[in-house]
Design a binder for this molecule. Sequence first.
Ligand code: AHR
Length: 553
Amino acid sequence: MALRSLVQTYWITRLIRGRGALARAVQRRLTVAATALWLTALPAGPAAAPGPGTIEVTVDTAKTGAKIDRNIFGQFAEHLGTGIYEGVWVGRDSPIPNTRGIRNDVVAALKALKVPNVRWPGGCFADEYHWRKGIGRDRAVSLNPNWGGVLEPNTFGTHEFMDFAGQISAEAYVSVNVGSGTPQEGAEWLEYLTAPPETTLGKERGANGHPAPYKVAYLGIGNESWDCGGNMSPEYYLSQLKIYSRFVRNFNPAQQATDKMLKIAVGPGGDGPRWTEWTDTIMKAWQARTWSWDVDGLSLHFYSVPKWPPSLKSVGFGEDEYAQIVKTTLEMEKLVTQHSAIMDKYDPEKKVALVVDEWGAWYAPLPGSKPGFLVQQNSVRDAVLAALNLNIFARHADRVRMANIAQMVNVLQAMILTDKEKMVLTPTYHVFKMYVPFQDATFVPVTFTAGFYTHGDIALPRVDAIAARDASGVLWLALANVDPTQQADIALKVPGVVAATASGETLTGPAVDSVNTFEAPNTVAPKPITAKAENGRLALTLEPTSVTVIAIR
Ligand code: AHR
C-alpha cells in the first residue's frame, strides 16, 4: 500500500506541476517507471498478467460506497434563447406535435433519460421572474434583459412548467426570486402552488386548471446571489436566506410528514478565498441554526470554461482546445473536495447536500446565432466531459446528491437541439442515457492505473472509471478513454466474481469534434460492445475519446 500511495502521490504531483521541456522529459520517464512500479505492486492473482500498455481495472465488489442519488442526473431549463420557447413549448396551435403546447418529441426523448428533476425558471432569469405574469388567461409580455433583451411572452409559466415536469415524470425544482422579488412574492408563489383548494390562492389555481396542490420537491432560494442574483455579500445573502427559508412554505398536505420539500441555498461559484468564505459563512450559520430556519442543500456552480468570456469553439476545434477544456472540467474534483471539506467541518453527518445545480461546457456562441442565446454544438468531446463530471459526482455520492447540467435543450451543453419541427439528440444526451443504470445504484470502488494522455504542457489521466451495483444486483461499469490519439486496452478484474460476460454500449465518433446534426443525426451514437473473457479477466478495447457503459453478469 505504501508503494501504491507513493506512486499515486507522484501522479497527483505531476498533474499539478510539470511545465517546460526538461520537466516533461523527466516526467515521461518517471511515468513509465511509476506505471511499472504500480503494476508490480498489484497483488498476484491466478490470472495471467495483461499485455504491455493494457490498463488493469479492478472492481472491488467486497466494498460498497454511498448510493448514487438519481438526482445527480438532473436538468436545468432556463428562459434563455430557445431553451423553453421552441425547445419545450411550441403552443397548443403549433403544427409541431404537442400535448397542451409541450412538444411530444422532446418529452419522449427526455422520458428515456428518466430525468429525476428539472430546475426552472433560471438561472439569472429566476431573480427577475415575477410568477404572476405567467398565470391566467392574459399573460403580461415582459423582457428578458439577461438573455438578449428579447420579449418574454410568459406563455410558459407555472402551470405549463408543472405540466411539463409531469409529462416527463420529473420532480419540480423551482427557483424563487430573491434578487428583485420579495419574501411575500415568493411565499405567495409557493402558497399558490401547494395550498389546499379551499384557500383563496388554491381557488385561483383551480380556476386556472389545477385544483389539487402541486408537489414542489425542491426550492432554490435565489441564484448566484453573489453575482447576477444581486451581488450580495455572504452575510447579506445569509440574512435573506433565513427569511425565505422561514416564510416560503410548502403547504401541500402530502408533503408535510414525508416527501418534504428540500430547500437549497445559494453556494459558491468556484474555488479560492471568495468562495470558501461563502461556503463557510452559510455552513457555520447552518450549524448554529435555530428551529425557525433550515436548508437541505448548498449549491455549487462551475462551468468548464478555461477563461472568460468563453472563446473556445464548439465545432471545428483541434487537440489544443480539447486538452484545455478537459483539464478545466477536471477542476470539478478540486471544487467538490474543497467545499465538501468545509461542509464536513460544520456538518459531519452530511445532512446538507452539495447540489451542483449548474455545470457543463460553455463555448463561444455559434457564429450567426442570436446574441445572448448561448447556442453551441455538442461533440464527442462533450460526451467525455459529461462522463468525467458524472464520475466525479458519483465518487462524492455521500455529499453530492443532486446536480443539474446546463442546460436541457438548445442552450450550452444541451441534451437536445431543435430547429422548428426538427430535433436531434446530442452526444451528451447519449451519455446520460447510457448512465441511467447508475441512478440510485450503490457505488462500488474501482482501482486502476489511469496512465497519462499528454498534449503540450497538459497531462491528463488517460482513462477514468466508476462502478455501481443496481437494485437488481447487476454490476455496472462506466469507462472513459480521454485520449483522442489512441485506443485503451482494458483488462477487467472482478475478484470473487467469475464474470462470464460483460456487454453494453460505447459512444464515440469519427473525430473528437464530431457532432450530430439535423442532416446527420447519428454520427455520434452508441454502439454495442462486448468484453471477451481472457486469462481470467475480461478484455475490452476503448476507442479514442469514447465513453463505454457495460453490465458485468
Ligand atoms: O446557465 C446560464 C447562466 O449561467 C445562468 O443563468 C446563471 O446562473 C449562470 O451564470
